[in-house]
Structure formats: C-alpha cells, structure tokens
Design a protein around this ligand. Structure first.
Ligand SMILES: N[C@@H](CCC(=O)N[C@@H](CS)C(=O)NCC(=O)O)C(=O)O
Length: 176
C-alpha cells in the first residue's frame, strides 16, 4: 500500500491534514501542488482530485485506489485507519466516546460553514459572477503575492490566506 498527499503548505486545509498525518505516524509521500499558479485546474490534477482542490489523498491498495478530497474526510479517514490507534483516538475517539466524537463533528461542520465559506481560487480561474467568487479570486492573488514574499524570506505566509471580509468574520467568531 502507498499513500500520497497532494497539498501545499500555504493552504490551511493542506496543513491540517499534513500535521495530523505526522502526528499519527503515517507513512506517505508529499506531492506539492501549486494551487496559486493554477495547477489544481489542470486536467492532470482533475484526474487525481475531481474537486480540483488541495488537499487530496490517494491511497493505492492492492485491489483498489482510493481518491479522497476534502480535508475533514481525509482527516477522519487517517484517524480511522491509522496503525497507531492510541494516537488516533486522542484526536477522534470514534465509537469509544460517541459524545466527544459528536462534538468534534460539530466543530468541523461549524468551521466549514463559518470560517471557510468559499474556497481560495487560483488567479487563473475564471470566476462566476458572484461577489463571493470575486472575493475568492482576490484572495488567490493575495496568496500568489504572499508566496513570492515567502520565497524571499519576508512577510507572514499565513496572514493573507483569508480574504479581508473572511478574516473579519473569523475574528468576530473567535472574539478578537
Ligand atoms: N473544503 C476544502 C477546501 C479546499 C480548498 O479550498 N483548497 C484551496 C486551497 S486552500 C484550493 O485548492 N484552491 C485551488 C482552486 O480552487 O483551484 C477542504 O477542506 O479540503
């Protein structure tokens, strides 16, 4: 069996999956996908992840290949299949503690509905005529600019991953 994580470290959901995979001691190959430069919109990547986002996980088993998108689904899969179940249950206890698992599910659902209301699109993507998409496109440009700064060693890479309105919503939600 082999596991490949398609991701980029400027992508928050990618980082969440990568951190968990490391915590659980999962053996995987990291494949960087330059989403800010439009790589998620290529046919080659669509064959890996039809949702055309990072992160994506591909697990090659003997009989089948699992292609998984969406960071939450990937993280739950990693917890359910990890060899080191003691570590995995600290993150997601599953049937061992159903109320705690339900609260984790609740916050994962809340997070997606309130913090990440749109996906960060590449500046190469033609946005639909929807204000939320225009905002997402602007954030795509910001990501690219930030990536440039990160390469020259200045700036804070994480800071512009959210569009301004989304940052305000997040700050309101967490009370700062
Ligand atoms: N709900 C998805 C969101 C993924 C997402 O928005 N990824 C962004 C990077 S943070 C992306 O791949 N954007 C590229 C694109 O839209 O083409 C998840 O949690 O995996």
């Amino acid at each position: 069996m082999s596991t490949t994580l398609y991701a980029h470290r400027l992508s928050q959901p990618s980082r969440a999956v990568e951190v968990l995979a490391r915590e659980l001691g999962i053996e995987y190959t990291f494949h960087e996908v330059d989403f800010a430069d439009g790589e998620t919109r290529t046919e080659a990547y669509a064959a890996i992840n039809a949702f055309q986002t990072v992160p994506a996980l591909v697990v090659d088993r003997q009989q089948e290949t699992l292609h998984l998108a969406e960071s939450q689904a990937i993280m739950l899969y990693l917890c359910r299949t990890a060899t080191y179940q003691d570590a995995a249950r600290r993150w997601y206890p599953g049937e061992q503690d159903l109320p705690r698992s339900a609260r984790i599910d609740q916050w994962l659902a809340w997070y997606h509905a309130n913090v990440r209301r749109f996906r960060h699109v590449s500046p190469h993507h033609e946005p639909a005529p929807d204000p939320a998409n225009a905002q997402a496109r602007d954030s795509g440009h910001a990501i690219k600019a930030t990536a440039g700064r990160a390469q020259t060693g200045t700036g804070h890479a994480g800071a512009t991953l959210q569009a301004p309105a989304q940052r305000r919503a997040t700050a309101d939600a967490v009370g700062r």
